[in-house]
Design a protein around this ligand. Structure first.
Ligand SMILES: *Cc1c(COP(=O)(O)O)cnc(C)c1O
Length: 434
């Protein structure tokens, strides 16, 4: 998979190197030079297993770099879980992406990246330090995916007091090769500190840092797979609308890749909370990143979405090209909570706040547009409601049942290192620990 940097087309890499670089040296994000045409395969993939689709697609992408056997190992070490499609209303289905070890969609990217790194570190005899900023779910998925992996250390930065208590437990109770840095600041501060670390040549020469955030191309590729899998589960002839609850826009970018490989998608809907920078851009043509605001769907509280740069590359920086495949909508806090209440009282369905954002945006879209009965709207359900227990309890006055993987964490002791929101503090920590 030949890649170039979004900031300099001459800055090139291939998949198995790019996953260790994270960001390109010029600060850009890796982007594929071309899109293999998989439309024939996709057309005929109905009824295949998730892992069989994954093996085929990943091999198509990286067959110049590695063997079929190695792709098989990567895929099967990464995925012992798969998505499910479930109807939640007469018209809308959700794609449940929360059946992995930390009950959120980020398990797909994190597990695949961890198993790819393990596969390709094999004979490099190097130690890698994964550095990740998290608004909640990334960190826990990454921590869990890399737990106990040889020659890999993990450092997670999270904004103090701005992730749910359960998310914090997920980040801070694994121990072993996983360290949690509790930053006195916002998620954007954490993300900025991490970016600065990758841009610091001196630090990079001393510590072999690499990224596992959604900026890492190794996180995006596996996320494309479940869009194809969702299609494979439906009858031929359906016209899919995918609604993607979005923060850093990694998930959505992955869906756009799948479309570029030949997946038939009628429409993508980018659904955000009040952090509505991208929907606003789609309407006005002006992109104005700014500080994030807090909402009930906190994993999407992002004011400067990192994958916007990839989408700009994909669409030649032309807003009309975006609009041909993508529409945006943002959902207020009130509508998010009301959607959770309505689905609970009318259908007994407990939604997590992120999925609720996606469902409300989809309902509004269906109300405003006419479609025939082949239209199949699918909302990506990004997390188990048990991960956002406080918001859910507050909204519907009922406690979602926690999956065992989560409930067992509650009694474990939190271990974190508190630091300020200055890059220098992160640097000091890295230099003295690795
Ligand atoms: C990370 C996350 C999102 C946003 O995904 P992006 O790829 O950053 O757009 C949405 N919902 C949940 C539960 C998340 O953890």
């Amino acid at each position: 998979m030949k890649l170039f940097s979004t900031r300099d087309v001459n800055n090139k890499s291939i998949f198995k190197d790019a996953i260790f670089q994270g960001l390109a040296a010029d600060g850009g994000l890796f982007f594929p030079e071309s899109y293999p045409d998989m439309s024939e395969f996709i057309k005929n993939c109905h009824g295949m297993s998730f892992n069989a689709i994954a093996e085929h697609v990943v091999y198509e992408l990286i067959k110049d770099e590695t063997s079929k056997e190695s792709v098989k190992r990567i895929v099967n070490n990464a995925f012992n879980f798969k998505p499910e499609i479930m109807r939640v209303s007469d018209e809308i289905s959700i794609l449940e992406l929360y059946t992995g070890p930390t009950c959120a969609f980020k398990d797909y990217g994190a597990s695949f990246l961890a198993s790819s790194m393990e596969e390709f570190l094999g004979d490099r005899k190097e130690k890698a330090v994964i550095l990740a900023a998290t608004s909640g779910d990334t960190g826990s998925a990454v921590a869990k995916a890399f737990e106990g992996k040889e020659n890999i250390e993990v450092v997670i930065l999270y904004p103090s007091g701005k992730v749910s208590p359960l998310q914090e437990k997920q980040l801070t109770t694994i121990g072993k090769n996983i360290k949690a840095l509790e930053v006195k600041g916002t998620f954007d501060d954490c993300q900025k500190m991490v970016k600065e670390a990758f841009g610091n040549a001196d630090l990079c020469s001393k510590v072999n840092i690499t990224s596992a955030n959604s900026i890492n191309i190794g996180r995006l590729v596996p996320q494309s797979l479940y869009y194809i899998y969702a299609y494979s589960q439906l009858k031929a002839g359906n016209e899919i609308i995918f609604t993607v609850p979005s923060g850093n826009f990694g998930n959505l970018t992955a869906g756009l890749f799948a479309k570029n490989w030949g997946l038939p998608v009628k429409q993508f809907i980018a659904a955000t909370n009040n952090n509505k920078i991208v929907p606003e851009f789609l309407t006005t043509g002006t992109y104005s990143p700014r500080a994030s605001v807090q909402t009930p769907s906190n994993a999407m509280d992002v004011g400067a979405p990192s994958n916007f740069e990839r989408m700009m590359t994909m669409f030649d920086s032309n807003v009309d090209n975006f609009r041909n495949v993508l529409m945006g909508d943002f959902v207020s806090n009130e509508d998010t909570i009301k959607t959770m209440q309505r689905y609970y009282s009318e259908r007994g369905q407990i939604l997590d706040p992120h999925t609720a954002v996606g469902i409300f945006a989809t309902e509004r879209f269906l109300n405003n547009n006419k479609f025939d009965k082949n239209t199949y709207p699918i909302v990506l359900s990004t997390a188990h409601p048990g991960k956002f227990v406080e918001v859910v309890e507050d909204a519907i006055k009922v406690s979602p049942k926690l999956p065992e993987a989560l409930s067992s964490l509650l009694t474990k002791e939190k271990i974190s290192t508190v630091i300020g929101n200055e890059y220098s503090e992160l640097e000091k920590f890295l230099l003295s620990n690795y």
